[in-house]
Design a protein around this ligand. Structure first.
Ligand code: F6R
Length: 607
């Protein structure tokens, strides 16, 4: 996730305005920044890795000529956060500058064709191909806008683009597919950005650019066209009523809620990971003598779910381990045949890195899954995958958890394929089902939020909850409990439901709330038995169920019914979403700030 910004002013200098706009977009990424402006037939460019304030201190971002330009604040996806990988990216002759938010899936093929034609690349990013493609198109076409249109037709993946060229120095040409893009309209200036807060201090008149559209900003105003048939689109700006602070959260009251709602988009992004890294990691897992899945907190819960996935699909036994226990529990047994698949959103968690260090000293192979390119985990891993969730600001992990599960599911499916353990049709079904998950997540959020909110009202005063599931759902139960506990401060228990009789059931008395996670999988009959044993002791049963599960509906006091139709191994993502929402609304019910839970930090860099 990155932030893009562009502006055309009637008078004055664009660079300070772009700088100010990028500051407002810093929440979308902050590992590098850059600005390009046009003046007198030349492009001026300043960019570097670092936070915006740092880069400004080194390069004075405000001191650039021209009343038109584009800028970018980066969250690395392809290529580490080095200066050459920062946007804007330019063509061979520095006559075209591009800023981009999104992922170009077919950049490797496009790049090799361009290299064959003699283009010289300066960065390792997917974005740079766009500048060279426009350059290539302009050799045959006289119109800059037409060159951009022909370029975007060749791109697969997602993009919000803003492009400038000395060929037509009074225009910014922008295009959108999936990544967000909005235009701001003022009397004496026009803006384009990833998000409204970037220009809200200049104008509150804004319009959204839709998928498959190009918008051209010029001194004559803005013009929107459909990329496919070049049909002209008439769209008037609307007035934005948000206060600037609310706008950063896109109108949501908290980042956590915004991030819960963002999950469908982020899940789509995780389906665009580069094939070669998934394949490489799968090969390492296939050859490993033993595999440890190592992480803390929410990331550990993703590992726990993955241990079921690897076993059920790829017939690979793995050991999920809480990182802070790894050295004590397994430190001495680790050896050259051991492989650690290490999961850390931040890539900087001290306990996780300590486990990695001890394993590396014993010659084990370390594979990393993280959200942060350039984090310590990416530096110490033999292969790493970046999960493409974008910055997560709410302390409680939500979108990063579901993205982790999506990536781990992809690895397990690939490994199953490689090992020939699952039939061809089953693999196809799993792959198709993975593609459907973002839409399923979207529907759950759209249709169940209100019901969850009502449940939070009803159960808001409870002093303790149980979260129970079996099989993969026990990992979901643990995550649901962690979310509730950390932001609403309600002590709760979660464990595989079969354990009830071995102790915890003694806590149950009349009205005690027990949340059951009940996908329609091989554990369903047993979980119904567990519901009955709790019900017999007076517990209030809240069940998260598949659509039309009439049997459980009859047993439950309350239920959230979700329509997935997914193979059982893919149930964690849809089933965790109502629990994330429940934790959020419980926190609100109890008057807490869910974004900043007491005593917690987003990245735990101390042991
Ligand atoms: C809970 C939460 C934490 C983190 C844990 C590991 O909502 O966010 O439990 O999951 O601190 O952090 P990472 O994944 O950055 O290693």
């Amino acid at each position: 996730m990155c932030g893009i910004f562009g502006c055309i002013l009637k008078t004055g200098q664009a660079a300070p305005v772009i700088h100010e706009g990028l500051k407002k977009l810093e929440y979308r990424g902050y590992d590098s920044v850059g600005i390009a402006t046009i003046d007198d037939g030349n492009i001026s460019l300043k960019k570097d890795s670092g936070k915006i304030d740092e880069v400004h201190q080194w390069h004075n971002l405000d001191d650039m000529p021209g009343r038109l330009g584009v800028g970018h604040t980066r969250w690395a996806t392809h290529g580490a956060p080095y200066q050459e990988n920062a946007h804007p990216h330019t063509d061979c002759k520095n006559q075209i500058a591009v800023v981009h938010n999104g992922i170009i899936e077919n950049f490797a093929e496009l790049k090799s064709e361009l290299v064959e034609k003699g283009h010289i690349f300066k960065s390792k990013t997917d974005t740079e191909v766009i500048a060279h493609l426009v350059e290539e198109k302009l050799k045959k076409l006289s119109s800059f806008v037409e060159a951009v249109r022909e370029t975007v037709k060749m791109l697969e993946g997602s993009y919000a683009l803003a492009i400038i060229s000395v060929a037509e120095p009074n225009k910014i040409v922008c295009a959108r597919k999936e990544s967000p893009l909005v235009v701001g309209v003022a009397d004496d200036s026009l803006y384009v950005a990833s998000d409204v807060p970037a220009f809200l201090s200049k104008t509150n008149k804004s319009l959204v650019i839709e998928n498959g559209e190009i918008v051209v900003l010029s001194d004559n105003g803005y013009q929107i066209h459909k990329i496919g048939d070049w049909q002209s689109v008439i769209r008037k700006p609307e007035l934005i009523e948000w206060a600037p602070e609310a706008a950063e959260k896109q109108g949501y009251p908290h980042f956590m809620l915004k991030e819960i709602h963002e999950q469908p988009i982020r899940l789509r992004d995780t389906l665009r990971l580069q094939d070669k890294y998934l394949e490489l990691m799968t090969t390492f897992l296939d050859r490993a003598g033993e595999v440890f899945l190592v992480a803390c907190g929410t990331s550990y819960h993703a590992c726990l779910a993955a241990s079921y996935l690897f076993s059920k699909l790829s017939f690979l036994a793995t050991h999920p381990v809480i990182a802070s226990e790894f050295v004590e529990q397994h430190g001495k047994s680790v050896n050259i045949d051991s492989t650690l698949l290490v999961v850390s959103q931040s890539g900087e968690t001290a306990d996780t890195l300590e486990a990695v260090e001890s394993a590396r000293l014993r010659a084990a192979t370390v594979l990393g899954l993280t959200n942060i390119v350039g984090s310590t985990l990416t530096r110490v891993s033999r292969v790493y995958i970046v999960q493409q969730s974008g910055p997560e600001i709410g302390v409680a992990a939500t979108k990063t958890f579901t993205s982790q599960i999506s990536v781990l599911s992809q690895l397990a499916i690939r490994l199953a394929k490689k090992r020939g353990k699952v039939s061809h049709t089953e693999i196809e079904d799993l792959e198709e089902s993975l593609e459907r998950i973002p839409d399923i997540a979207e529907e759950i959020i759209e249709t169940k939020e209100q019901k969850v909110k009502e449940l939070a009202k009803k159960y808001g005063n409870q002093k303790c909850f149980f979260f129970l599931g079996r099989g993969m759902a026990s990992a979901v139960a643990l995550e649901g409990k962690l979310k509730l506990m950390e932001i609403s401060y309600i002590p709760s228990l979660a464990y595989p439901a079969g354990e009830s009789k071995h102790g915890p059931i003694s806590l149950i008395e009349s009205g005690f709330p027990v949340i059951f996670i009940c996908p329609r999988d091989s554990t369903r009959r047993s979980i119904i038995g567990n519901i009955m044993e709790m019900k017999a002791r007076g517990a209030s049963i809240i069940a998260i169920i598949e659509k039309d599960d009439e049997e459980i509906k009859k047993l439950a006091d309350d239920y959230i019914e979700i329509d997935t139709g997914l193979p059982e191994v893919l149930s964690p993502i849809p089933f965790v979403i109502p629990l994330q929402l429940f934790a959020y609304y419980m926190s609100i019910e109890r008057g807490n700030d869910p974004d900043k839970p007491r005593n917690l930090a987003k990245s735990v860099t101390v042991k």
